[in-house]
Design a protein around this ligand. Structure first.
Ligand code: SAH
Ligand code: SF4
Ligand code: F3S
Length: 442
C-alpha cells in the first residue's frame, strides 16, 4: 500500500505532514511520488489566503477523476482549511469523493478514522472545536537527514485582524522544555546538523507552562546540545522580541544570525487596525538594536499590501519603511479577506487592481534592495551548510549561509551535510553563486 501527501502552507503544515507520514508508515504504508500509484492521497491544507484555498479546490477536482478510475483509493483532507467553521461540511457536500476530513487538533486519530471510512464506505468527518492536550512521541518520518523541524509551540493568541491562523490553530500551547530537549538530542544523535524551531509566535514560548522558562532560556539550553551546528526559529513577533533574547542570540554560537521579523505594513494607522501591537518607530529601533549588537545579521520580513483602508499615503509609508530598513528579503502578499476575521468586515476594502499594482511596486523595490545587499557579499567567504543538489541545476550543489541565503556552487556530493566555506563570486536577487575549492576542505 502506498501513500502520497500533498502539503500546502507553512512549515507547521510541512512538519505535521512528517508526523502523518510517520503514522501511515507505522500502519504499513510506503511513500510514493507517483499519484497514480497511490492507494491513499492526503491533502494537508492551508487557508491563510484565498489563493491557497483555490489551489486545494482545484486539486480536489483532479482527484475526483482519479477516484473514478480507482474506487479503492482513500482520499483524506486535513489541515487548517478543514478547521474553519462549517468548511468540513461544505467540503463533504462539494467533494463527496473525499473519505476522511480531519481538523488540526486531532491528526493523531487518523488511523482510527481511516479504518472507520473503510468499514462504512461513508465520508468520516472529525473536526474538534477545541484544541486537546499536546501529544508527544508521535512517529515522525523526516525525508531530510540534515535539517529538522521541531515544533516548540502550537496555536496563536495574537489575533492580528486579518489572520485566520488563531481560529484554525487554537490557543498557544508550549511543549515542555524537557520534551523539546529530548527530541533535539535524538536528532543530533541521528546526525542532524540543523533544527528549525516552529511556532506562530516563538517569543511567547513558555508563557503557558508551569515551569518558568522563556524562549531565550530554551535557545540557551538547545545551544549546548553537541552535534547540532545551527539553530533557527520561525516566526518571532517583533512586539515580543526582548533584549534578553538579542543578548542570548549574540552570545550563542549556534543560533543563526537571521532575523525574520514580519512587519506587515509601514503605516502606523494600518498597523493599529491590523492589531500588531507596535509602531513603525518601535520596529525600526528594534532592527537598529539587533544590527548594532549582531552586525552581520540578515533581516527579512512579511508585508501585506491593500489592507482595508490602506490609502496611497499608507502604502507610501510602507515603501519608505522598506527603503529605510533595507531588508535582505521580504515575502509580499496581497491582502486576502478571511471570513470570520475582524478585517473582513472593515470598510474601504481596496480594489484588486490597486492591490496588484501596489504589490508590483513593492516587489520591484524589494528585489532591487535584495540584489544590492547580495552583491555586497561578492568576494566574501561564507560558511554554508550543504543541503543537497541544487533544485534548479542538478549538476550543482546548494546550501545556506547562517543568514539563510541560498548559495549555489560546484563541488563533490560528499560535501552534502557538511559545513564548508564558500567564496561568493556572483549575486542574484534570491541566490548567491559561489566557489568551493578543494584546499578549503576542513
Ligand atoms: N505567525 C506568523 C505568520 C503566519 S502567516 C507571523 O505572525 O508572522 C504568514 C504570513 O501570511 C503573515 O506574516 C502575513 O504576512 C501573511 N498573511 C496572513 N494572513 C493574511 C491575509 N489574510 N492576507 C494576506 N496575507 C496574509
Ligand atoms: Fe496570524 Fe498574527 Fe498569529 Fe501571525 S501572530 S499567526 S499573523 S494572528
Ligand atoms: Fe496556512 Fe495553517 Fe500555516 S493557514 S500558513 S498552513 S498555520
Amino acid at each position: 500500500m502506498k501513500y502520497l501527501i500533498q502539503t500546502f502552507g507553512c512549515q507547521m503544515n510541512e512538519h505535521d505532514s512528517e508526523i502523518i507520514a510517520g503514522m501511515l508508515q507505522e500502519m504499513g504504508y510506503q511513500p510514493t511520488t507517483e499519484i497514480t500509484q497511490a492507494d491513499l492521497v492526503l491533502l494537508n491544507t492551508c487557508c491563510v489566503r484565498e489563493t491557497a484555498e483555490n489551489k486545494i479546490y482545484g486539486k480536489l477536482g483532479e482527484l475526483k477523476h482519479l477516484k473514478r478510475q480507482k474506487p479503492d483509493l482513500l482520499l483524506v483532507v486535513c489541515g487548517c482549511m478543514t478547521q474553519q467553521e462549517q468548511v468540513a461540511e461544505k467540503l463533504a457536500q462539494r467533494a463527496p469523493h473525499v473519505d476522511v476530513i480531519i481538523g488540526t487538533h486531532n491528526t493523531h486519530r487518523l488511523p482510527e478514522l481511516l479504518a472507520q471510512a473503510r468499514a462504512t464506505g461513508k465520508t468520516v468527518i472529525d473536526v474538534w472545536e477545541k484544541e486537546g492536550e499536546i501529544i508527544e512521541d508521535l512517529p515522525t518520518y523526516r525525508q531530510d537527514g540534515i535539517k529538522a523541524y521541531v515544533t516548540i509551540m502550537y496555536g496563536c493568541n495574537n489575533f492580528c485582524s486579518y489572520c485566520i491562523v488563531p481560529y484554525v490553530r487554537g490557543r498557544e500551547r508550549s511543549r515542555r522544555l524537557a520534551d523539546i530537549v529530548a527530541e533535539v538530542e535524538r536528532l543530533a544523535q541521528a546526525g542532524y546538523k540543523e533544527v528549525m524551531l516552529l511556532g506562530q509566535n516563538v517569543n511567547s514560548y513558555g508563557k503557558d507552562l508551569a515551569e518558568k522558562v522563556d524562549f531565550a532560556d530554551l535557545l540557551a539550553r538547545l545551544d549546548r546540545i553537541p552535534g547540532i551546528k545551527r539553530i533557527r526559529y520561525m516566526t518571532s513577533h517583533p512586539r515580543d522580541f526582548s533584549d534578553k533574547l538579542i543578548e542570548m542570540i549574540a552570545s550563542s554560537s549556534k543560533v543563526c544570525e537571521h532575523f525574520h521579523l514580519p512587519i506587515q505594513a509601514g503605516s502606523n494607522a494600518v498597523l493599529k487596525r491590523m492589531n500588531r501591537g507596535y509602531t513603525r518607530e518601535y520596529y525600526q529601533e528594534l532592527v537598529a538594536k539587533i544590527r548594532h549588537r549582531i552586525p552581520h545579521c540578515s533581516v527579512t520580513t512579511d508585508l501585506i499590501v491593500g489592507f482595508p483602508g490602506e490609502s496611497d499615503q499608507d502604502f507610501h509609508d510602507t515603501l519608505e519603511l522598506v527603503r529605510n530598513v533595507r531588508f535582505d528579503a521580504a515575502y509580499t502578499f496581497v491582502y486576502s479577506k478571511r471570513s470570520g476575521t475582524p478585517a473582513d468586515k472593515m470598510p474601504n476594502q481596496v480594489p484588486l487592481s490597486v492591490k496588484k499594482s501596489r504589490l508590483q511596486q513593492l516587489m520591484h523595490l524589494q528585489n532591487k534592495i535584495s540584489r544590492e545587499i547580495n552583491e555586497a557579499l561578492i568576494g566574501q567567504d561564507l560558511e554554508v551548510l550543504v543541503d543537497g543538489e541544487s533544485k534548479t541545476n542538478r549538476t550543482k550543489l546548494s546550501g545556506r549561509t547562517r543568514t539563510n541565503k541560498i548559495v549555489i556552487f560546484s563541488g563533490p556530493s560528499d560535501l552534502i551535510g557538511q559545513l564548508v566555506p564558500i567564496r561568493i563570486t556572483a549575486a542574484q536577487t534570491w541566490n548567491l553563486i559561489g566557489e568551493w575549492r578543494n584546499d578549503q576542505r576542513s
